[in-house]
Ligand binder design. Structure first.
Ligand SMILES: Cc1cc2nc3c(=O)[nH]c(=O)nc-3n(C[C@H](O)[C@H](O)[C@H](O)COP(=O)(O)OP(=O)(O)OC[C@H]3O[C@@H](n4cnc5c(N)ncnc54)[C@H](O)[C@@H]3O)c2cc1C
Length: 355
């Protein structure tokens, strides 16, 4: 496939058709062929600066691209976010040698990197002791503990990991997934996105040399990780992408069923407003905060996927129908990289309390 160089490219439409045709399968099995297809189409280039062979798309174009991809296949798109999360952190590092050494193979798709960082942001934050500890030793760091959530770890060559030191500082490192002491646990079956092969990685006295330090050790290393937003707009974008797939289904059904027309219209208005605000935010025009966007995106994807299932009736409840899959996928946004204020807002909405 020819490389996709803008979100308006006709090739993006062709890629999305192929992804959508295999979305059910990708939800269950590691989407190797889909990821290779995205690599061939230049998708990984969108996110990185030109000096590393990237196309340096604007934030708004990335949002448009992600909306199309996630409407077609959430599992493949989610894996791409984790892969690019690792690549962007390496590219943004002040350690230029590391970026120059690792990025060419990561960009060409020869190697695969993923992230295990949520224990510094949204996972295990209530525990007194950090789950992944780093200690400074001659020439590098020793890692001990575990990273609770690592997407695609079974396929990874490189793990971008966050770890905490005894003095409270944190460090971000690129660890070789084949290092001595790294144990990739078999990924569990999930409510959705099982194909993302997300599971725990255990680390027992794993040595990572200084040359593999991406950032730190400093306080709050995730805030200092330049050019590599954690959460940010991408989680909302993927939720809105899944919502758009459900909306398309509802509108198509409404063409032949008058009872569906009014709710489909209402959802379309809400969807358009949210997509507009998302693109405004991506263009740097803040009409609402990223947390507000995330809360609205979560709410919309949950309601729209269930509206699609309602319209599909029993047929939508049979395995293989996309409406049932969208409902399960929508639940993912309640737990993925969800900051506490968004979590609270979601709970208030579920309890029908004013936020
Ligand atoms: C499919 C999937 C893929 C993911 N992929 C990645 C990835 O590639 N990389 C990455 O870094 N992260 C990833 N994540 C992590 C994600 O972004 C969130 O960090 C994670 O979902 C948070 O859930 P948790 O169970 O770890 O939260 P925790 O806050 O650790 O909660 C775990 C349990 O602790 C208890 N608990 C929670 N809070 C409290 C409290 N205040 N007091 C007492 N008990 C409490 C509850 O019983 C809860 O079930 C992924 C998550 C999922 C589900």
């Amino acid at each position: 496939m020819e490389r996709i160089t803008s979100p308006e490219s006709a090739n993006l439409g062709k890629l999305c058709e192929s992804l959508a045709a295999n979305a059910q399968h990708a939800g269950d099995q590691w989407p190797e062929a889909q990821l290779a297809m995205c690599g061939d189409a230049g998708v990984y280039e969108w996110f990185l600066p030109t000096e590393f062979g990237g196309q340096a798309w604007s934030e708004a174009d990335i949002v448009k691209g992600y909306l199309r991809l996630s409407a077609s296949c959430l599992t493949t798109t989610f894996v791409i976010t984790q892969r690019m999360g690792a690549c962007k952190r390496i590219a943004a590092s002040s350690n230029r040698t590391l970026a120059e050494t690792l990025l060419p193979d990561l960009m060409s798709g020869k190697t695969f990197a993923t992230v295990g960082i949520s224990h510094l942001t949204t996972s295990r934050r209530h525990l007194a002791k950090p789950v992944l500890q780093a200690s400074e030793v001659e020439g590098g760091f020793l890692l001990d503990g575990f990273s609770p959530w690592v997407t695609g770890a079974t396929a990874a060559d490189m793990l971008v990991l966050g770890a905490s030191l005894d003095d409270g500082r944190e460090v971000l490192l690129a660890a070789d997934a084949k290092s001595n002491g790294v144990q990739i646990e078999p990924p569990p079956r999930l409510v959705a996105l099982t194909g993302s092969q997300t599971g725990q990685v255990r680390l027992n006295q794993v040595f990572v040399p200084d040359e593999r330090v991406i950032d730190g050790p400093i306080a709050n290393v995730m805030q200092g990780s330049r050019g590599a937003m954690s959460g940010g707009l991408q989680t909302s974008t993927l939720a809105v992408g899944v919502a758009s797939a459900a909306l398309d289904f509802l509108r198509t059904e409404a063409e032949k069923r008058t009872d569906l027309q009014e709710p489909a219209q209402q959802f379309a208005i809400e969807y358009q407003k949210l997509e507009f605000d998302l693109l405004q935010a991506a263009s740097g025009i803040e009409s609402c905060s990223s947390q507000d966007l995330r809360t609205r995106a979560n709410s919309l994807v949950l309601r729209l996927s269930q509206a699609a299932l309602t319209a599909a009736k029993g047929a939508g409840f049979v395995e293989g129908h996309p409406a049932g899959r969208w409902c399960r996928e929508a639940l993912f946004f309640l737990v993925w990289s969800c900051p506490q204020p968004v979590l609270n807002a979601n709970l208030c909405q579920l309890a029908s309390m004013a936020t």
